[in-house]
Design a protein around this ligand. Structure first.
Ligand code: PLP
Length: 471
């Protein structure tokens, strides 16, 4: 029988369900991490000249799944996203099935309307009355996009003429901000050194007094401050910069005020936690990753601007009439707003998911994340061998293992984290807080329970024990 390329084989459905079922079994390893050479030797990565059969392809899919990290497993804490949701998965399946691009209404009519609806909805949650916005490829690009609009506002001639001189622009973000701000400064021709790092308090929140000082210092040094990026949910400590206190400084100094809510934007959905973003309503732009705490498959990220027209003015170009036609639907084309040409309909999966869980489902989820993170913090505080490395602000808990006999705590905790990964029992990441390594537990999987958190710490303690007393 010839291969049928236009029918989804039941085998695939069975494989997907078996994979999902195993995710929920705590005895399933989160990862079977192998060195690249070892993994390469186990896979057939050659691309045959004559192709292969669908049966062969299904065998390769089995291998892929066998070695894939189980990011939907309840012991996967490695990134700021985790877990599996059916509505999100359905959105991905329908996206693949219908395979379109978001540049014109004509080729993505429903997805365009869904995207418009979500931009309005999410923008209003941010406190923007009549927002402009669109989905883009993540928080990094949201930060880039914000800095680009700010640059074009500060130097209107640059969009067309480029830099004709060193404008000596200076941007300000906290020392805990994401590295993408530096990448943005690189791409935009500002220079990474022009991203000036503002000090933070112990919890990792930007210090407004230091921001003011750094703005004044940079002026005195002949620089031209143009942008401040606050973070709502920093990458390691999960801290929320005090937007309300940054707004007046941004206004007084004429800076574009952007908020990176890649991680913490989702707190807007919880009446209990949305106060963490107070002041956001006065920001100029905002990026919010739904693929983090809203649990959508990567990528799903929305960028919002308070003043309509700024995004379009920054991104529009001439010479695109081969694709954008003024013939009835042109006003609904989202392409001119975007830095991309082809763009996936990421709004679809978010819209489906929001429809399914509702506002209350998401509010409960956010509250559960915070409660579970508080529980994890409590376990750390109550366990003699564990040390909390920073005050907890939201869904990340930074800690390390420590007992009197250990001389080099960084080296030991690195080994501990590696041992956990090697055993496949839990996968968790780490960062450095100053000189000290901290294991960063992230609560981001909507199915997590207190038992999963307890198991994680039992795994940590038993991995430490096996390193201290190898049998
Ligand atoms: C605070 C913050 N901003 C931006 C990003 C980058 O987001 P993305 O991976 O979607 O580009 C991250 C990623 O973890 C982040 O934590």
């Amino acid at each position: 029988m010839p291969d049928d390329e236009h029918r989804i084989d039941e085998r695939l459905i069975r494989k997907i369900n078996a994979y999902l079922e195993k995710n929920r079994d705590p005895s399933t390893p989160v990862t079977n991490l192998l060195d690249p050479e070892e993994l390469r030797s186990r896979l057939d990565l050659t691309l045959p000249e004559g192709g292969c059969s669908l049966d062969d392809l299904y065998r390769v899919i089995d291998e892929y799944l066998e070695h894939a990290v189980r990011t939907g497993h309840p012991q996967y804490f490695n990134q700021l996203w985790s877990g599996f949701t059916l509505p999100g998965f359905l959105g991905e399946v329908i996206t693949g099935l219908t395979n379109t691009s978001m540049y014109t209404y004509e080729v993505a009519p429903v997805a365009t309307l869904m995207e418009m609806e979500l931009v309005q909805r999410m923008g209003r949650l941010a406190g923007f009355e009549d927002p402009e916005g669109l989905f883009l490829t993540g928080g990094s690009n949201g930060n880039l996009q914000a800095m680009m609009i700010a640059r074009n506002r500060a130097l209107p001639e640059v969009k067309h003429a480029g830099f004709t001189r060193d404008a000596r622009l200076a941007a300000f973000v906290s020392e805990e901000a994401h590295y993408s701000f530096e990448k943005a400064a690189n791409i935009l021709g500002l220079g990474m050194e022009r991203v000036i790092k503002v000090g933070t308090d112990e919890a990792g929140r930007m210090l407004p007094e230091d921001l003011e000082q750094k703005i004044e210092d940079s002026r005195a040094a002949g620089l031209r401050p143009f942008f401040v990026g606050a973070t709502a949910g920093t990458t390691v400590k999960g801290a929320f910069d005090p937007c309300e206190r940054i707004v007046p400084l941004a206004r007084r100094h004429g800076l574009w005020f952007h908020v990176d809510g890649s991680l913490g934007g989702t707190a807007l959905l919880s009446p209990r936690h949305r106060h963490l973003l107070d002041g956001l309503e006065q920001a100029d732009s905002f990026v919010w990753n739904a693929h983090k705490l809203m649990g959508l498959p990567l990528i799903c990220s929305v960028f919002l601007v308070r003043e309509k027209g700024r995004l379009l003015a920054s991104n529009s170009v001439d010479g695109a009439d081969y694709i954008f036609h003024d013939d009835g639907h042109g006003a609904s084309d989202l392409g001119p707003l975007s830095l991309q040409c082809g763009r996936r309909p990421d709004a679809l999966k978010l819209w489906l998911s929001w429809k399914y869980y509702g506002d209350t489902g998401y509010a409960e989820r956010v509250d559960r994340f915070f409660d579970l993170a508080a529980y994890a913090e409590e376990i750390v505080r109550d366990t003699e061998e564990l040390e909390l490395m920073a005050p907890r602000s939201s869904v990340t808990v930074c800690f390390r293992y420590r007992t009197p006999g250990i001389e080099d705590l960084n080296a030991f905790n690195l080994r501990l984290r590696r041992e956990l990964a090697r055993s496949g029992r839990s996968l968790v990441n780490y960062g450095f807080l100053g000189e000290d390594m901290a294991i960063r537990l992230v609560i981001a999987n909507h199915e997590l329970t207190r038992e999963d958190v307890e198991l994680f710490f039992r795994n940590v303690l038993s991995a430490a024990e096996s390193l201290l007393n190898p049998s």
